[in-house]
Design a protein. Structure first.
Length: 406
């Protein structure tokens, strides 16, 4: 895909020009742009530069990348994940019982609603629902299962596209979508104008503090524009007319991996919450050092196992971006995934072939490096039963990423 990159000059949150680049991952691909053999070498590659703002302390991607065509063809879904489906069910039930127990037919809009699975859980509880989704394929699927969904980006023009009965709503939510928005302030203003007085917004984003704890540099992607933690999220929502209600509507065990889940209430007067700028800069610099060490550690592990047939498990963003940052991924023979996007495809940049699980029976591996570490035990058990792999043949990426002394 031919995408264009433009470097921003001002902060995405406060418009300050005090942006300091701290993390650089050179020539990285898009996470979901798998390629066919004839298109090897034609995929998009660009630098990922993560900066911290010296005025507001918010970390962010320094580049805007043209994503219109990419998202129009986007097909990612969590339907095959039992844990993700349970998360959606639990979230809907918790929101209903905590905030809308006595409200008749509350209205909810989901930004980046995908296949409509989250809204389906709200609909079961009596909510009136509407999705906004840029992928035409996912929009068609959602509408077919009875979840009304607009084919659109949620931007400053969204009110012109909303039906009359959704011009004012009680709840607006997004799951791993808010950090994909290049202009978050304009979107927050739209959310504020659409919500009824006292209305709620809920955003699930990748938690920068958890990224630091696990050294998950794979989450620095072209698709992600902001990287927030509880401290900077409180600042962002506060200056845009919202007050944090809770970060704990779900327990840590109920949340998805690397999840920062914020519930915020619409207020009349913006408020400026304190952010320690020196602390946020120091934290990002420490993360940068740890990222470099983690990349080196993975590279060393591959070199130590170069005489073995190493296979990677997981063709999601974590696997694709982790491999793409390595200087040499040739020790990995191929990638397997439970639900590969298509047949006869290759990972961007590394050009490793991607197969379904059956390939582990045809081309047996000596070592399996599990990128989908949240499902590690499930994976070890399944591959043991299906293909007779032994627990000692598996290594979790998390064991290579995390600094034991951090």
């Amino acid at each position: 895909m031919k995408s264009k990159q433009n470097k921003i000059s001002t902060c995405r949150i406060c418009n300050s020009m005090e942006l300091q680049t701290v993390i650089l991952l050179p020539q990285m691909p898009l996470t979901d742009e798998f390629i066919t053999k004839e298109n090897i070498g034609k995929e998009f590659l660009g630098d990922i530069q993560i900066a911290v703002c010296g005025n507001c302390g918010c970390s962010q991607n320094l580049n805007d990348t043209d994503m219109d065509d990419y998202y129009n063809e986007y097909t990612y879904s969590v339907q095959s994940s039992g844990f993700a489906i349970q998360f959606m069910k639990t979230l809907a039930e918790r929101v209903k019982s905590n905030f809308f127990k006595s409200v008749s037919s509350p209205k909810v809009i989901e930004i980046g609603s995908g296949t409509g699975e989250q809204l389906l859980e709200f609909k079961k509880l009596g909510f009136e629902v509407l999705g906004v989704e840029p992928s035409k394929k996912l929009v068609d699927y959602a509408n077919n299962i009875g979840i009304p969904t607009l084919h659109a980006f949620f931007d400053e023009h969204i009110k012109d596209k909303l039906p009359a009965d959704f011009q004012k709503v009680d709840l607006i939510l997004s799951s791993y979508t808010f950090d994909h928005i290049p202009q978050p302030v304009s979107v927050l203003k739209e959310i504020h104008s659409i919500l009824r007085p006292g209305g709620l917004m809920i955003h699930e984003v990748h938690d920068l503090d958890l990224i630091k704890k696990r050294n998950e540099y794979c989450l620095f992607e072209h698709e992600h524009y902001t990287y927030l933690n509880e401290r900077t999220m409180s600042y962002v929502v506060g200056i845009n007319g919202f007050e944090i209600h809770t970060y704990n509507i779900l327990s840590q065990n109920e949340k998805r991996a690397n999840s920062l889940l914020v519930v915020a209430k619409k207020i009349d007067t913006p408020k400026k919450n304190f952010v320690d700028l020196e602390f946020e800069l120091a934290e990002l610099k420490l993360l940068n050092a740890n990222v470099k060490e983690s990349i080196a550690r993975i590279q060393t592990w591959l070199e130590e196992n170069s005489t073995q047939k190493v296979v990677a498990y997981g063709a999601g963003g974590r696997g694709i971006m982790t491999i793409a940052a390595l200087s040499d991924s040739s020790a990995i023979k191929y990638i397997v995934d439970k639900n590969p996007k298509a047949q006869n495809i290759f990972a961007p940049k590394s050009h490793l072939p991607v197969y379904g699980l059956e390939e582990l029976g045809r081309q047996r591996a000596d070592k399996i490096l599990v990128f989908s570490f949240g499902y590690y035990n499930e994976i070890v058990s399944e591959l043991g039963e299906k293909f007779n792999y032994k627990p000692e043949q598996f290594t979790s990426l998390l064991d290579l990423l995390e600094l034991k002394h951090a």
